[in-house]
Design a protein around this ligand. Sequence first.
Ligand SMILES: NC(=O)C1=CN([C@@H]2O[C@H](COP(=O)(O)OP(=O)(O)OC[C@H]3O[C@@H](n4cnc5c(N)ncnc54)[C@H](OP(=O)(O)O)[C@@H]3O)[C@@H](O)[C@H]2O)C=CC1
Ligand SMILES: Cc1cn([C@H]2C[C@H](O)[C@@H](COP(=O)(O)OP(=O)(O)O[C@H]3O[C@@H](C)C(=O)[C@@H](O)[C@H]3O)O2)c(=O)[nH]c1=O
Length: 299
Amino acid sequence: MNVIILGASGQVGTALMRKFDEHSIFFQAFDIKPNLPRVHRLDITDVFALERVITESDALFVINCAALNDMQYVEEHAKEAIEVNTLACENIAKLCVRTDKVLIQLSTDQVFDGERKAGYTERDNPNPINHFGVTKHKAEQKIMQVGGNAIILRTGMIFSEHGNNLLSNVLTLAKDNKTLYFSELHYFNPTHNVDCARVIVAMLDQINCQADVPLWGIYHYGGSDQTNFLEFSKAIINGSKKYDSIITEQVIASNPTVAQLTHIKYANLNCTKLLHTFGIKQLPWRRGLQRTLNTIYES
Ligand SMILES: NC(=O)C1=CN([C@@H]2O[C@H](COP(=O)(O)OP(=O)(O)OC[C@H]3O[C@@H](n4cnc5c(N)ncnc54)[C@H](OP(=O)(O)O)[C@@H]3O)[C@@H](O)[C@H]2O)C=CC1
Ligand SMILES: Cc1cn([C@H]2C[C@H](O)[C@@H](COP(=O)(O)OP(=O)(O)O[C@H]3O[C@@H](C)C(=O)[C@@H](O)[C@H]3O)O2)c(=O)[nH]c1=O
């Protein structure tokens, strides 16, 4: 198997590179910031460079993890976000069709409006309420219009030991002994980057073996079980206490209106389709959280 990873320096990209090495899968890795070994520079909005990379490679799979993910930045840089999160994805999809490659595109729970408490299935209609969700939903629509052998994997709140994510934000504030204020009314499925990579590798494996079975379409994956911002931040603090005595005890429920947060209210993903189609089970995020904290504090 031979794979192209776009956005390889990010949370999911780095975990994928590690998994591919473990499984002896050959990959070519690209990112706008090639700050890791074996990652080459590629801006996915550079149409010609993108075309060269995809058409000259004999990879069977393209996994697109590249995106602008800072939701506040995306609100303030709407045009740039459309270029990266939507138009580049459409181009990637077209190039995959032209070169007969399978596309795995990462997407988000933020394509929904967050009003459905029961957990969103793939049959639920997207209705994004933030610009990040709009850019990702438009990408999904463009990819579906292009057709071809494409999978869209929607996930939520990815955490890892590196990069800017909710876990690192909580730790930074907690180490300054600041009081943390978090909503207990906003729900989501935290997803360990390594777990997300596990799911992608399992999907690739099966696609590779079952070329005649139509597996294309949208799937949901998030860590089990759903939680809210308050509970998740408390779990981070509790898991850090054995390493850090100065960490704050002060985690307080503050329940802002949806308008005060860019994040949607109920971002829970129902992952049954992935289980029934690929046999891939959800893993508990608490296990990934403790592993991540161990890595952060022990390295
Ligand atoms: N993080 C999360 O909580 C969630 C993420 N997702 C989706 O999953 C995917 C992977 O997310 P994650 O690994 O967390 O993302 P990261 O932000 O960690 O990684 C994305 C990488 O893409 C790079 N990038 C940005 N613009 C370009 C560009 N024009 N060309 C090439 N590379 C670029 C980023 O660089 P730089 O850092 O310089 O911008 C970064 O290295 C994305 O599609 C994301 O939207 C879905 C749900 C939740
Ligand atoms: C640091 C902090 C954040 N928050 C809130 C604000 C914010 O909406 C929420 C989460 O903060 P973050 O900015 O770290 O995470 P956020 O950017 O909301 O995360 C999202 O990222 C994109 C890419 C996705 O696809 C989503 O699934 C989701 O994971 O927590 C507080 O309430 N109190 C705090 O002290």
